[in-house]
Write a protein that binds this ligand. Structure first.
Ligand code: ASP
Ligand code: MG
Length: 421
């Protein structure tokens, strides 16, 4: 029998009832060997990001207020889960809060990103402690384990790069024997560098953690439990007639993530694909329903898949001296983008101008623009939307363009992309 990996995101553990529901889903599968990866509860990571800022900028009032808010949020979940009011089962979580408080009392003397990871990682520690304790209290035997012991990264705080060789070895030798005996609950999103300092893998990185564990365990499958029915062909909040995709190839899932679909973290698929581990995306609200399977050799329905990326900037770059935008200019433009670490989402060139669509990342974009403006004439359009449609048809294109101004449009045989105002 092989191990299954389950991943539960923040929305699946946002309050006491949600935690009980997660425990129920695990209970139903506990005859399998199970590794359960859990994210921070609800919007805790956002709150911890604000806390890290207030700490680093030395704003004590803000810091104390945000800390209290996070503490209260978790205390309320715990009291909702308690069987009797005088139970001490969750006392060790109190100690974790004290540990965080001590850190917040110290004076920052390292870079912000280092403190970000030390502080923000508590979200996952709190949530997994609560989930694990609740399950043990309710007859679902499990062992809490610290993901940092297994996920080995470099020193890039906030975007730790995984040392695959070391990580897979640790998971196979140290974690697998435990998972074979008992349900294991661990954290998404966090790892540690060679100096045993906590690192994080980038926002929304818990899906990626699940894939890393699955790779190391040579797992049978990964299931990401979400508040939607599966992977949809469009965002149901924006498109009323959105449909669930029953089956999806790894390649298509990677493309969707690349174009900006947010259901699955972009780094998740490749490790799974390389070991042919199928990924299920299922609803924690309706756990018996079929969901989506992402795998090799599945049969996809050829229906249009619509991916909307909002908050985009469309930049048009042209020369000041009437020279054409060809190789020498293009290579300079690209090196400016690379220097500012700005990713190009779409581009198009003509003889005299070059258009580029990028995420509106505030300050970073202002800095990029002012450097470009030294050499080039710039026009910018914002905010705009970048819409990508795989398997497009005329009806879908018309529906999307209805009453909108199209600034740019590109088509290949399978994919249409357009920038809309
Ligand atoms: N808690 C982290 C975040 O919100 C990781 C995750 O949820 O995947 O970014
Ligand atoms: Mg989250």
């Amino acid at each position: 029998m092989n191990v299954k990996v389950f991943k539960f995101g923040g929305a699946s553990v946002k309050d006491a009832a949600a935690v009980a529901n997660v425990a129920h889903i695990i209970q139903m599968h506990k005859s399998s060997q199970l590794l359960v990866v859990v994210s921070a509860m609800g919007k805790t990571t956002n709150a911890l990001e604000r806390l890290a800022r207030a700490y680093y900028d030395q704003q004590p009032d803000q810091k104390n207020a945000i800390y209290a808010e996070i503490k209260l949020f978790h205390d309320e979940i715990i009291s909702g889960l308690l069987k009797t009011k005088d139970s001490h089962a969750y006392d060790d979580i109190e100690n974790l809060f004290i540990e965080l408080e001590c850190l917040l009392e110290s004076e920052p003397d390292e870079a912000f990103d280092y403190y970000y990871d030390q502080i923000v990682s508590y979200g996952e520690i709190f949530s997994t402690r609560i989930v694990s304790t609740y399950m043990n209290e309710n007859g679902i035997n499990n062992r809490w384990m610290d993901a940092r012991t297994f996920i080995s990264t470099d020193d890039t705080f906030r975007e730790g790069r995984v040392n695959w060789e070391h990580t897979s070895l640790l998971i196979e030798k140290k974690l697998k024997p435990i998972v074979q005996k008992q349900v294991v609950v661990t954290q998404g999103f966090i790892g540690q560098n060679n100096d045993k300092q906590t690192t994080t893998l980038g926002r929304e990185g818990s899906d990626y953690s699940a894939a890393i564990f699955a790779y190391g365990l040579k797992a049978e499958s990964v299931t990401i439990w979400k508040d939607v029915a599966g992977v949809m062909n469009a965002d149901p909040k924006k498109f009323k007639d959105a449909l669930k995709l029953d089956e999806l190839t790894y390649t298509h899932a990677i493309e969707m993530a690349y174009y900006g679909a947010t259901v699955i973290h972009p780094k998740t698929i490749q490790p799974l694909q390389s070991r042919h581990i199928p990924l299920f995306v299922k609803s924690f609200v309706d756990p018996g329903a079929q969901g989506t399977i992402v795998s090799d050799g599945v049969r996809e329905k050829r229906i249009p898949v619509i991916i909307v990326k909002s908050n985009q900037v469309l930049l048009s770059v042209s020369s000041k001296d009437f020279s054409f935008i060809v190789e020498d200019n293009l290579s300079r433009i690209f090196s400016i983008f690379a220097e500012h670490k700005v990713r190009v989402n779409l581009m198009q060139n003509s003889a005299i101008s070059f258009s580029i669509c990028i995420d509106d990342a505030g300050d970073k974009i202002e800095m990029l623009k002012s450097e470009l403006a030294i050499h080039y004439q710039l026009k910018s359009n914002e905010p705009v939307e970048l819409i990508t449609i795989n398997n497009y048809d005329e009806q879908t294109l018309a529906q999307i363009k209805l009453n909108r101004e199209v600034l740019l449009e590109q088509k290949t045989r399978a994919t249409a992309q357009m920038i809309l105002k």
